[in-house]
Design a binder for this molecule. Structure first.
Ligand code: ATP
Length: 778
């Protein structure tokens, strides 16, 4: 019969007893932390204990041993199921003495704490006092000599759970992205009523010392103005600045005005800027019908976004590894993120840097405050202003450098496409360029469907799904005549081309670049922003639309798991998109707790199916007393011609007939989502701005020369391969990689990059579903 997880674990690695607790304000993803610490800990041979109600549980001895099944269903639940509290006694030595006694009596030697800077400070204080606390406990005969000797040090590892994204030394904290989802949903819905009544809304979001949520929400919703604590508005008087911006936007025909204000927003003199002050100004000076909405605790709530589930899971795995590596000498680590990689650095240094932000603000050193945030923050603040606020001509490039910019969508629609168009248009206009919509992809271009775009014409596009420009898969040089493309580009005098799309877009840009030697009108800078749910375009870590798709899949999987659980003992085989790339299956598998996944990178065969059905039988056998577990398996749409979704489901049904039943769900186009996720909108905005900068850079030489020679701008503006590039993200940086160079790192036949950074997440899917622990052999 199947061995229990705990039995199997007996034979593995060093035995540590780990306590896990969540503390401070709750954050979505904390449950995913507890789940991963428990399951990964057990798989590494540790015993894991949940400390309930944060530090209060340490003081009151609310400590419970967890097993594999204790954390079932945790991934999809917001908040923290093991509870959190603000605990005054833990701030006293007497409280910590009691906590130390309780830990020792439970045999716990390591603590993983998920919380904000206060919680992590508390953890570090506790650790540094440890030997003093144990001596005192021994003196007072509250512990034995033996116990004192067995517990000479306490290991602490910090995970940052905070919706504010206010911790230094990490790019993003657990819960912040979900909170941003809630904010954007609210701002989007307020937008529709604001538009109907032509009203102004002032929306207050959380962030006492940190403007990340406000700024990110401003970018993602295209709000007119944002107030944050780190950077008071430009100009002597913020009221004048705000009014001139709101008025300029209204004059262009905007029917709504949206202002987002962080609860801790300040002016230059450190006086708070409150929502009601902003409301009064907009009402009194501009006569706008203005309402205030304070989002409050809705921002904490709800099911975690896919991003937070994955972030929490991979960081918690790193936290357990840090426990296993730790020695009494190593300073307590904090697990963070930098450049899309999990990091581990000194906890106290991160806490100190975090406190410095508030200090810098207090000293009116706003430049320092911005600098102390993650490296992108200052850049994004500038980009927000440059792309969202209609500028009063201060950003114009000289007349001879101004360009006619074409924007085109290629391939299937993907979340963020419209946000990219909108930002490209608005930023281009601020710089003095003229943006054009090329409608319906390359066939549209060949037919000359080209229209000038205006500032107000793209209003509201940021939050819209699908493709406003219209998109098709046709590739120039293949389904569309290259000569016609070149002819139309020349006819409309298009001097830069922004292509937003998936792998067909990549093929298109390759062909356009290759045809430059034949057609001078193709000798213009061409920027490709990858937009496809499959995330299979080389030259970027993420494509637009992939985050939206992950969230759509994870939401669907939550519903499917719920149904499977209610139907008792049912396995769903869920088919997801991705082309020949397993990205969606791996990441959605991790985020929804799939039992396993079938991806093209590995393929699927009979012996794999056999071992998987055995694994499932073992799991259901182990569940004998509790018949309510629903399970899902994700299958990429192209993994096998033979083992289709139906075939796999039938095989599992037959093999497992006595123990479980099987059904299928094919998600199809649902995966494109309705509204683009905040992350896709923000990435789109950033990359579109960088694309316009890229156009300016690659046309400057030719245009300056023509200007000096007193000639008209030439048709051919650039011929170097670098000027036909994928504008992508690598970690926190924006990168520009020529398509010509990228061909070398691309599997053109299978339509994907040769390297897949996310494959490192693959083993965790099976591991966290109990594979290796619940097998008949174990
Ligand atoms: P949030 O992001 O919600 O503010 P936080 O972790 O910063 O989260 P705090 O209320 O500051 O929240 O701290 C949570 C708990 O951590 C406190 O109630 C207390 O029990 C403990 N704690 C905080 N600071 C200390 C400290 N200096 N010494 C000991 N314990 C502390």
């Amino acid at each position: 019969g199947p061995g229990s997880a705990e039995e199997a674990a007996e034979n593995l690695g060093p035995k540590r007893k780990i306590g896990v607790l969540t503390s401070g304000g709750d954050a979505p993803g904390m449950n995913a932390c507890v789940r991963a610490v428990v399951r990964y800990g057990i798989s590494k041979g540790c015993e894991v204990y949940a400390v309930y109600e944060g530090y209060q549980g340490l003081v009151d001895n609310g400590i419970k041993k967890m097993d594999w099944k204790s954390v079932r269903g945790y991934l999809s639940v917001g908040g923290t199921t093991i509870g959190t509290a603000r605990c005054m006694p833990f701030k006293t030595r007497e409280g910590r003495l009691q906590a130390a006694e309780n830990l020792i009596k439970s045999g716990i030697d390591s603590l993983i704490v998920c919380g904000g800077d206060g919680s992590l400070t508390g953890a570090d204080v506790f650790r540094s006092e440890w030997s003093g606390l144990t001596s005192e406990l021994l003196e007072n005969e509250r512990i034995t000599e033996e116990e004192a000797q067995s517990y000479t040090s306490l290991t602490i590892v910090g995970l940052v759970g905070s919706i504010d994204n206010d911790m230094s030394s990490t790019d993003i904290t657990i819960g912040a992205v979900t909170s941003l989802h809630r904010i954007c949903e609210s701002v989007d819905s307020i937008g529709t009523t604001a538009l109907s009544h032509s009203r102004a809304f002032v929306i207050e979001v959380m962030g006492r010392h940190c403007g990340w949520l406000a700024l990110a929400a401003g970018i993602a919703t295209g709000a007119d103005f944002v107030f944050i604590p780190e950077r008071p508005p430009a100009g002597d008087d913020w009221k004048d600045t705000l009014c001139s911006v709101a008025e300029r936007h209204r004059r262009l025909g905007k029917r709504k005005t949206v202002v987002i204000v962080a609860e801790g927003a300040l002016d230059r003199n450190l006086d708070p800027i409150k929502a009601k002050d902003i409301k009064n100004i907009l009402t009194d000076r501009l006569g706008l019908d203005t309402r205030v909405t304070t989002l409050g605790h809705t921002q904490r709530g709800g099911a975690p976004a896919a991003f937070d589930r994955i972030l929490a899971t991979i960081q918690s795995v790193a936290a357990v590894d840090a426990v296993l590596r730790s020695t009494p000498e190593t300073p307590s680590p904090m697990i963070g993120m930098s450049n899309n990689q999990v990091t581990s650095g000194p906890l106290m240094k991160a806490v100190e840097l975090t406190h410095e932000v508030a200090k810098a603000i207090g000293e009116k050193n706003f430049a320092r405050a911005m600098e102390l945030r993650d490296p992108q923050f200052a850049e994004e603040y500038l980009a927000y202003n440059a792309t969202t606020i209609l500028d009063d001509n201060s950003m114009l490039v000289p007349a001879h450098r101004r360009l006619r910019v074409g924007i085109i969508n290629v391939g299937a629609p993907a979340g963020g496409m419209n946000a990219a168009s909108r930002t490209a248009v608005r930023y281009a206009l601020n710089r003095g360029h003229t943006p054009f919509a090329i409608l319906n992809g390359f066939p549209g271009l060949a037919a000359g469907s080209i229209e000038e775009l205006t500032w107000i014409g793209v209003d509201g596009w940021t939050s819209r799904g699908g493709s406003e420009l219209g998109t098709t898969r046709a590739v120039p040089g293949e389904a569309v005549d290259m000569g016609m493309i070149a002819y139309q580009l020349q006819k409309f005098n298009i001097q830069s081309l922004l292509v937003v799309g998936g792998f067909e877009a990549f093929s298109s840009v390759i062909n356009l670049e290759a045809a430059r030697s034949k057609y001078p009108s193709l000798c213009i800078p061409i920027a490709l922003i990858s937009a496809t749910v499959s995330n299979n375009v080389p030259g970027t870590d993420f494509s637009l639309g992939s985050d939206t798709a992950l969230n759509a899949i994870v939401d669907s999987c939550d519903a499917i798991v719920q149904s499977a659980r209610s139907s008792r003992r049912r396995v769903f085989v869920v088919e997801v998109q991705g082309g020949r790339s397993g990205y969606l299956a791996v990441e959605a598998g991790l985020a929804s707790g799939a039992s396993t996944i079938y991806i093209p990178e590995e393929g699927v065969n009979l012996s794999r199916l056999q071992s998987d059905s055995r694994h499932l039988m073992a799991m259901y056998m182990d569940d004998a007393a509790d018949k309510s577990e629903g399970r899902i398996i994700l299958r990429n749409e192209t993994v096998s011609k033979t083992y289709t979704t139906d075939v796999i489901s039938d095989i599992l049904k037959d093999e497992g007939h006595a123990l479980f039943d099987s059904r299928t769900a094919v998600l199809g186009h649902i995966q494109q989502g309705v509204n683009p996720s905040p992350m896709d909108r923000i990435r789109a905005t950033r990359l579109a701005k960088c694309s316009i900068d890229f156009f300016e850079e690659h046309t400057s030489l030719a245009l300056e020369k023509a200007f000096e020679d007193n000639e008209e701008a030439p048709i051919s503006l650039t011929t170097i391969p670098e000027s036909a590039a994928v504008v992508g993200v690598s970690g926190v940086d924006v990168t520009y990689r020529s398509v010509k160079e990228l061909i070398n790192v691309t599997d053109m036949k299978n339509r994907k990059p040769l390297d897949a950074w996310w494959m490192s997440h693959r083993p965790l899917v099976d591991l966290l579903s109990g594979r290796g622990l619940f097998t008949p052999e174990a």
